[in-house]
Structures are given as C-alpha cells and as structure tokens.
Design a protein around this ligand. Sequence first.
Ligand SMILES: [Zn+2]
Length: 64
Amino acid sequence: MQCNKCEGQRVIWVEITPGLTKCQPCPVCNADGQAVAEEQKEFEQIYAELSEKRDAKIRRAVGD
Ligand SMILES: [Zn+2]
C-alpha cells in the first residue's frame, strides 16, 4: 500500500529556508528511517543467499 504523504518514496522534502529544501524520512511510513533500515536488512539477506548460491555454482563449475 502506498503512503499518501510520501507517495511510496519513504522520504519527504522539507523547506528549511526559502529555496532550500532538505530530504527527511517520511514521518508516516518511515519514522526515523526504520522502514528503510528494515528493507535494507532484508535486501542484504537476499543478496547474501544469492551470492552463496552463485559461489556454489562456481565451485561446481571448476570441479572444486
Ligand atoms: Zn510515507
């Protein structure tokens, strides 16, 4: 489900001074960057599994 505030971007742009905006975690779906941190953790786990499989394939291919 997409967030109405950030439209699924997980960040919002806040105007600090006129003409200067700053990127911040979305307070609705990404408070303190937590949601993105968790997604990142999941991604790293998937990546680790994939590289394990890839290494196993390479080991088989070289007959180790
Ligand atoms: Zn949001």
